[in-house]
Design a protein around this ligand. Structure first.
Ligand SMILES: [Fe+2]
Ligand SMILES: [Fe+2]
Length: 197
């Protein structure tokens, strides 16, 4: 991994992102560091991944689709309708290419930050949750997710998923196929570990 300091990355990001996205990235980084500290996750990796998680967030839909195609990503029909969903996988690719960051843990946490994955390690959970619970986020059950994130990353992820899927359905929005897969995996885990019914 190229040795780039957090301060250098902030300069790059500030030029690239809107003020709102940049400030959201800083808040996400602060929360990710706190969560990493609590849960024994590598704080440097958590800080870098959280800071850069929305690296591709401000690209237009056309740019997201064109760059994703160019990078060889498969684009499914939900992503064609909602190209912003591509900012997570494309962001990981661009961070690797543009910033020469090749730490697979960091790249994977960036790649999985939007809808997670059926396998999530503590670093990936940390970035996913920090993005969701940073201080500007409120309403609904975010407070509960925030409280749980300080105690148990996986339980907080499950709560976040319940909350997000409920919201998508209530608002009549598309659900990404990976979201369904992840939700089914969460339910399956509950069955396996005895709390399902
Ligand atoms: Fe994002
Ligand atoms: Fe974000």
């Amino acid at each position: 991994m190229k040795k780039t300091s957090i301060e250098e990355l902030k300069i790059v990001l500030k030029k690239r992102l809107s003020k709102d996205s940049y400030e959201h990235s800083l808040r996400t980084m602060d929360i990710a560091i706190d969560l990493a500290d609590i849960h024994g996750v590598d704080t440097k990796k958590a800080a870098v991944a959280a800071l850069l998680h929305d690296y591709a967030r401000d690209l237009s839909g056309e740019e997201l689709i064109a760059s994703s195609r160019k990078a060889g990503h498969n684009i499914n029909w939900v992503e064609e309708r909602l190209p912003y969903l591509l900012h997570a996988p494309l962001g990981a690719t661009q961070v690797e290419t543009n910033l020469k960051i090749d730490d697979q843990d960091i790249l994977s946490a960036i790649r999985k930050h939007t809808y997670g994955a059926t396998q999530m390690n503590p670093l990936e959970l940390t970035v996913f949750l920090a993005d969701l619970i940073e201080p500007s986020r409120d309403g609904g059950r975010i407070g509960k997710v925030r409280d749980e994130a300080n105690v148990d990353l996986y339980k907080a992820f499950k709560l976040a998923y319940e909350y997000q899927i409920g919201k998508l359905v209530a608002q009549g929005r598309y659900i990404h196929p990976v979201t369904m897969e992840v939700w089914n995996k969460i339910v399956d885990m509950e069955y396996i570990h005895g709390s399902g019914n």
